[in-house]
Design a protein around this ligand. Structure first.
Ligand code: AHG
Ligand code: MN
Ligand code: MN
Length: 347
């Protein structure tokens, strides 16, 4: 069995002149993932469930595990000194690591330390999402917000950890998608899915249908398309929605499916955050042969304007995302402009 560390080292050896910085960085993420795994696993026994008392910049109440996960991923990245600064869902502003080693870090990282917070209390899978960019500011200087405002196609690596019935770490440095399952007995992530491929077409659609009345016409019609009785195309598809992007994406990536979090005219950009939710998952989707779109544009081509910016998301099996895009373009063309104007339209 190959461990995560062995695998990362092997990958590094394939890259001429690699310095090992990215390797060390990914190792540090693996360590933070183990710490969060440990606490998620005994969450009912320790005093880690419930609310912290604070609000994050999006006005969402922070749970203790959100804050705990943020702290551990931040510390791991700061300690490693390959990363000059981080952007996180849980911090209003970027955090610039103020020490001489980190100033020389080549990379910046954007994080959703704990994804699916609403599932913590009820023992349903949650996750961590991370993405790594090469910084644009000079090495040796302080990193700044512009380092993060890069389209997703510039990403050097991305991944997620899913704390589910087993804990898994799935990542890509641009070449394929690989997944490691945590073996508690030896305390190691072991390679379990070498070169994960997302089926081109699947039989699952995932969306919070409670918002149906607010959906764009294109989404409403696409949902009806998913529900048509046509066994030759596996329809009606199954409807599955966990409420944690990581879990919904992970399931659909393995068996084939589409996850959607669209906007509506009141909130044209939807709920999910471009930098640390949509873009890293889009990077992983594409590396596994899938697709990710806001209905009109490739997610990885969107130029972020701010670190907490939102984006609609259609992600998963390539053919399913293409079909959903077609419905958006045919029936909800008005969203094209509202998305580009970043939600200035009021109803
Ligand atoms: P987070 O817990 O990091 O705030 O993210 C929750 C996100 C995402 O994981 C999930 O897909 C979505 O919110 C669910 O939203 P709804 O409850 O509106 O369906
Ligand atoms: Mn999230
Ligand atoms: Mn979160």
């Amino acid at each position: 069995m190959k461990t995560l560390i062995e695998f990362i080292n092997e990958k590094q050896a394939e890259v001429p002149f690699a310095t090992g910085d990215l390797t060390r960085l990914l190792n540090d993420i693996g360590i933070a993932a183990k710490i969060v795994h440990r606490d998620v696993n005994k969450a009912g026994l320790t005093n880690i469930l419930g609310y912290e008392g604070g609000m994050n910049v999006q006005g969402e109440e922070q749970k203790k595990l959100d804050v705990f996960a943020n702290k551990h991923f931040t510390e791991a990245l700061q300690h490693g000194s390959q990363v000059a600064a981080i952007a996180s869902e849980e911090n209003d502003k970027i955090v610039v690591f103020d020490n001489p080693n980190s100033k020389n870090g080549k990379y910046v990282a954007a994080l959703d330390p704990l994804d699916g917070s609403s599932n913590i209390e009820v023992n349903v899978p949650i996750g961590t999402i991370f993405s790594i960019y090469r910084r644009k500011s000079e090495i040796g200087e302080e990193a700044d917000e512009n380092d993060f405002l890069q389209p997703g196609r510039e990403m050097v690596a991305a991944g997620y950890v899913i704390y589910g019935s087993s804990t898994m770490l799935v990542y890509s440095t641009g070449n394929g998608l690989n997944a490691f399952t945590y073996d508690n007995s030896v305390g190691l992530f072991l390679l379990s899915h070498n070169g994960m491929k997302i089926p081109e077409q699947g039989g699952i659609y995932s969306i919070n249908e409670a918002n149906y009345i607010y959906f764009p016409e294109g989404v409403k019609r696409y949902i009806k398309h998913c529900q048509v009785d046509d066994p030759t195309t596996k329809r009606p598809y199954k409807s599955r929605y966990v409420g944690s992007l990581v879990s919904d994406f992970h399931r659909n990536a393995l068996v084939g499916g589409i996850f959607m979090y669209p906007g509506n005219l009141k909130k044209p950009l939807g709920k999910l955050r471009l930098l640390y939710e949509c873009a890293p998952m889009a990077f992983l989707a594409e590396k596994g042969g899938g697709k990710a779109s806001d209905g009109f544009h490739r997610i990885l081509d969107i130029q972020p304007q701010s670190i907490h910016q939102r984006s609609p998301l259609f992600i998963g099996s390539k053919k399913m995302v293409e079909k959903a895009e077609k419905y958006m373009q045919d029936y909800s063309g008005e969203f094209h402009d509202t998305i580009e104007n970043e939600g200035v339209v009021e109803v």
